[in-house]
Write a protein of this length. Sequence first.
Length: 297
Amino acid sequence: MQPTAGLSDTGSHKRTLRQQTLRAMLVLVLLLELAFAGVALLFVLKPMAQRSADDLAGLMVLSAQTWAELPPQTRPAFQQELHNRYRLSLLPDMQPPADNGMTHGLYIGFVEQSLQQRTGHAVYFRRQTDAQGHIWLWTSIPAGGRDIGVGFDTGRIQTQPIRALLIGLALTLPLSFLLALWWARRISRPLVSMEQAAAGLARGDTPQRLSQSGPREIANLAAHFNQMAERIDALLQARTTLLVGVSHDLRSPLARIRLALELQRMAPTPERLDQIERDVLAMDRLIGEVLALARGL
C-alpha cells in the first residue's frame, strides 16, 4: 500500500491529461489565429489600405489642381460638391502644416506617403474639429502657383482592419476555448475511466470493464485491459474454488485425526496411531498437490 500512496502523491503535483491537452490546444489555436491575422494583414488588408490611401491622395491632389484651374465664380460650387459627395474641403493659401508629432494609424501614414510621392516633399496633417464634432485632417498641396489646403473628414474612413482583427480574435478565443475543452474531455474521458479502474484494481477491488469506443489506440488499450480483467477474475475464481476445495478436503482427515486422538486417550492402540499417520500423509499429499496447482496458475 505504501508504494501506491507514494505514486498518488507524486502524480497529484502533475497536470492532468485534460489540462495539458487543453493548454496545448489553446496555444495552438492562438498561434494559428495570430498567423492567419498576420497573413491577412500583410497580404490582404495592407494592399487594400495602400490602394485606398493612394486613391484618396490622388483625389486630394486632383481636387486642388482642379480648383486652381477653375474660374473664380465656379469654385464655390465645386467646393460644395466636394464637401457633399466626397467629404473634402478646400482652403486656399493655407500654410503647410509642420511636423507636430501627431500619431495616427497605418492608413493615414499611407496617405502621407502617397501625397509625398505626388508632391515631391514631406506632407504632414493637422487635426481640426468642426462645429458638428467631426474630426478633419488638413494638409497643404501646391497647385496653380499657390498652396491650397485640402482636408477630409476622418469619418469617411469606414474600414478599420486592426480593430476588425482584434474583434475577430476576441470572438474566436472563447469559441476556441470551448472547442478545446470539449476535445480535451473527449480524449481524456476514456483514459480517466481506465485510470480509475486500474486504481481500483490496485486496491484489490473487482476489475471493472471499460467501454471499447473512441479512437483505435484507446479502444485497443481498453480491450487489452478488459482481457486482463477477465483473466484476473478467472484467477480469483480459481483461487476461491481452490480454497473451498482444500478446506473441504482437509476437514475429513482433520476430523478423523481429532476422533482418533480422543479414542487414543481413552484406549491407546497402535492401529489408531497408524491411522493418524495415514491421515497426516494424506493431508501432506493434498497440500503438495494444491501448491503444484497454484504454481501452474
